[in-house]
Design a protein around this ligand. Sequence first.
Ligand code: HEC
Length: 218
Amino acid sequence: MSKESNKPQSPEEFRDSDSVHVNKIHQRIVSREQLEPEEGFEPTPWWVWAISVLLLFAMGYYLGRYGGSWSTVAHEVEQPSVGTAAPAVRVVKGDQIFIGVCQTCHQATGLGVPGQYPPLVGSEWVNRDVETPIRIVLYGLEGPLTVKGDSYNNKMPHFHDKLSDNEVAAVVSHIRTTWGNNAAPAKPEDVAAVRSQHGVRTPWSATELATLKSAQAP
Ligand code: HEC
């Protein structure tokens, strides 16, 4: 049979014919129907959007839950005290609060700056009754003051509205147990008691503090 013949062919004849290449025809159909996709113009698949939106929500939630409102002491506040490890946790926290809050004035050495910021090392205001340093940290201190025989007349800010009972206890414990200081640590309950005794008040004078101290038992 020749390809010039106009006689209709049966499928068998068509497939077997020498002149018609079935594969070639298929090839043409296949390549016409499945156009190669052009790079850069594919629509973004829906699941990419879905995952992006989910990730955004997850990140937002995480920041809201654990971001601590961008506070610098956020990560020092809520440390859980686990069993017997509680005192160690308290010392670490006090250390961090001291660095963040007190160190600019009283210095990392606790020695202060002569004539301006009194030393905490060996200070009679730090190392006797636990209430005195708590009172100072909560309400501040100003006016004439003598520390280890040296005179000061400066002003320390208050922290009653900036530090929690836990944080005041931690930082007071820190200054009473560091640089060779060896006084009893402060408890959050001590801070709460001082707060309820004085409420919100103006900074102390050294005279007021001394009077309060001597009014206490032993
Ligand atoms: C802005 C500087 C400043 C910061 C911050 C500061 N203090 Fe003071 N502090 C002073 C000054 C000044 C005095 C002395 C005030 C005076 O002359 O009457 C003082 C006095 C004291 C005293 C009593 C005197 C002594 O040397 O023992 C203690 C205790 C004390 N500060 C602890 C702290 C602690 C703890 C912190 C952090 C929570 C802190 N201070 C943060 C400036 C500061």
